[in-house]
Every structure is written in C-alpha cells, then in structure tokens.
Design a protein around this ligand. Structure first.
Ligand code: PXP
Length: 392
C-alpha cells in the first residue's frame, strides 16, 4: 500500500504535521481494507481548490476536500491499476473549519481524509439522505476507532542492558545484574530487552542469556555476530529474535552496519538457518538502498537501521542523515521488511526518529543506562518512553 502526500501551498507546514496526516491516511487505508491500493493526497490552498471545484463540479468558491477516483479499468499513462485516485484538501479551508468547529487541525484533517477516501471507495452522501447518514456514521466510527489506537502507532522501546553487565565485569563480581535490570526495564514499560553476546564476552555472559531467556516477559532480542559458536548458542537458547551485527575485536561498540550486499551468500545461509528454526532475523545496516534491497533478497524479517551517523551529526548534516533514515525506513517497509532503528539514540535526538511512521521498534542502551545512574533505571526508561510517546 502506498500513500503519496504532496504539499502545494505557499504557507509553511511542519514536516511533523504532514507525517501525522500521512500516518492517518495509512491507518484509514488499512482499516478500510484498501491496503493493496495506492492513493495520492495533495494539500493545496483555497485558490487551487476553487479552480478545481469550478472546473469539475461547476461550483464557485473553495471547498474542503475533493476526490478524483481512478476509473475502474481505465488506466492512464503512468498510472497503475492499483491506484484508487487522488484526494485534494484545501489547508486554508481545513484550518478555518477547525477553528469554527473548535477542533484540532489534526482531527479536522482526519475527517477530511476519511471523507475523501470513503468517496474513492464508492461511498456517496449526495445520492440520498440515507446514504448521507450512512457515510456520516462511518466517519464517526473511524474517528472513534482511530482515537483508541493512537498509542499503538508509537514505536516500541527495547532496552539494551549490555552496559549493566559492563559495570559488573569491571569488578568481576555479581552486581549489577543485567537480569534484574531487564526486569526493572520491563516493569517501567519497555517492550523488549536486547543483549549482545560478543565472542570476546566483554559484557554479557552465557549465564545472562540463559537466565534472560527464562525471565524476559516481553521480547528477548539477541544481538550477535555471524560466528559459528554464537549461532549454535542462539539455536540452543531460542531468543525471540536475533539481530546480526558486524563484530570487530577492538571496537568500543558496534561500528557501522553489516555489508549485506557484499556478503549475501554467507548472511543468507545464517538467516535461513536461524529463521528455519523459527527465530526471526534482523540485519543491522546503514540506511542505504543497496543494503535494504539485499536484506530483502536474502529473506530477513527485519532490518535495524543504524542511527549512529545521525546521532553524531550536527546542524544541516543531521537533517540530511534524518532524511536518509526516513527514506530508508519507508523503502524497507514498502519492500515488506519490518523496521527497527538504533545506536546512539538519546534524550535529545530520539523524538525525530520515533516520529518516522515505518519504524516498529527503537533499540536504546547507553543513554538510558547512563541516565539511570542519576535518576534510577525505571525513571530513565519512563522518561524515554514519554519522549517517544510525544513524538508519535
Ligand atoms: N542497536 C545495535 C545493533 C547496537 O549494536 C547497539 C549498541 O550495542 C544499539 C542498538 C544500542 O546503541 P546505544 O547503546 O548507543 O543506545
């Protein structure tokens, strides 16, 4: 399913607002069982919609929304048979109506998108009073359903507890224990626990993995290099999923994504082996088209987009890196991959990543464990969850 949004309006509109409206349209398409189709949404001003209203409906003045259905069976050059059609919305009228009705602009936009989409799917309110009442009731039902599901659309937060083990290993004792830490993260609302069992065992130990397999109640994601010894352990323990990462002995933390495109044969075999035993595999990659295509080709279930370059960048370079991640996430999701993201995310830079529709889950370690030293682990997790929730 694809929803194409374009903005033809002289007034500036926040990217985050357009993202929310696009997300509403995607939800509507799924809920109205139009998930296999394509729709274009064009946001215009009053002058442009008035011109269209005059040309196609012989009515003068602006209106709020117009729908132009792609006629059944008639496909124009450049169009595909999956296209439902085009929804044109005047942002000027939407804003005026939101003020008059004391609604938030987002609510007004949801109503206009629902109205436009229902028209494209054959609903009509001009045919009879009964049809008008039916369409109105459907719109109200959609608004109520959407209000219920809003939270579901924020990405899940998975906490990487490696650094709890790093502190323990500094003294070679038993405290702090990543198993206890994982339970506290879950109690605070984390939806997953991530650990990296490295070949050098510098932080997480085999004992941690075995105990976490028994105690984690949400989802245990085992990060690992594609080494034979670790693959055997993963197959024996059976985590809920595996994230394959490149692993070098001298690195401080994972540096760069996997070169899936350059190492397809080896990685395809590892993905097949793990997934053959029912363990879904994610590939940690840089947000590059070539890597995403390769991940899809070798049959991975997820990709995890490396957010490290974005996290390290400043100013316009950061915006450029953010756009790269958003483009990559959208492409991966269109190709049928589930999309996670992580590395270097903290309390300042996570919101923009959490606002990307296609991202299912964020994997965060260092920032949350560091903050826990000041405010406690549960508070640190809750603060991160609040940031993610606000961004959604
Ligand atoms: N995702 C992957 C694949 C990683 O290797 C790491 C670091 O262990 C993370 C996410 C978490 O990164 P950070 O500790 O910077 O939040």
């Amino acid at each position: 399913m694809s929803v194409f949004f374009s903005l033809r309006h002289r007034r500036k509109t926040a990217q985050s607002a357009v993202r929310r409206w696009r997300h509403q349209a995607v939800w509507l398409m799924q809920t109205l069982a139009a998930a296999g189709r394509e729709v274009s949404v064009v946001l215009v001003d009053d002058a442009e919609i008035a011109a269209l209203n005059a040309a196609y409906r012989h009515k003068s003045g602006p209106t709020n929304v117009l729908s132009f259905a792609t006629l059944d069976g008639e496909v124009f050059p450049g169009q595909t048979p999956d296209e439902l059609g085009e929804i044109i919305i005047s942002l000027d009228t939407a804003r005026r109506e939101a003020v008059a009705l004391r609604q938030r602009l987002d609510t007004r936009m949801f109503w206009l998108l629902a109205h436009g989409l229902l028209h494209l799917l054959g609903w009509d309110h001009e045919t009879s009073e009964a049809d008008a009442a039916r369409m109105r009731a459907k719109e109200l039902e959609l608004i109520a359903e959407f209000a219920k599901t809003r939270r579901i659309y924020m990405p899940k937060l998975a906490i990487n507890v490696d650094h709890i083990a790093t502190i323990r290993q500094a003294r070679g004792g038993q405290e702090p224990d990543p198993v206890t830490a994982a339970a506290l993260c879950e109690l605070a609302g984390a939806m997953g626990i991530v650990i990296h069992l490295r070949e050098d065992r510098r932080h997480i130990q085999d004992r941690d993995l075995h105990l976490l397999r028994q105690t984690v109640k949400t989802k245990l994601n085992l990060e690992m290099g594609a080494a034979r010894e670790i693959i055997a352990i993963a197959l024996e323990v059976g985590p809920d999923m595996v994230t394959l990462v490149p692993e070098k002995r001298l690195e401080l933390t994972t540096e760069g994504g996997l070169d899936v495109a350059g190492d397809k044969m080896k990685l395809a075999a590892v993905v097949a082996q793990l997934q053959g035993e029912g363990i879904p595999v994610s590939l940690f990659i840089d947000p590059e088209e070539e890597q995403i295509e390769a991940a899809r080709e070798i049959g991975a279930t997820f990709v995890e987009l490396h957010t490290g370059k974005y996290a390290d960048a400043k100013g316009t370079e950061r915006l450029f890196q953010l756009a790269k991640i958003e483009t990559a996430a959208t492409l991966a999701s269109h190709l049928g991959l589930l999309v996670n993201a992580g590395h270097g995310l903290d309390y300042r830079n996570t919101a923009a990543i959490a606002a990307i529709d296609a991202i299912e889950e964020l994997s965060i370690g260092h920032a949350v464990i560091s903050r826990a030293a000041y405010v406690g682990l549960e508070n640190a997790v809750r603060e991160m969850l609040t940031m993610i929730e606000k961004a959604g």
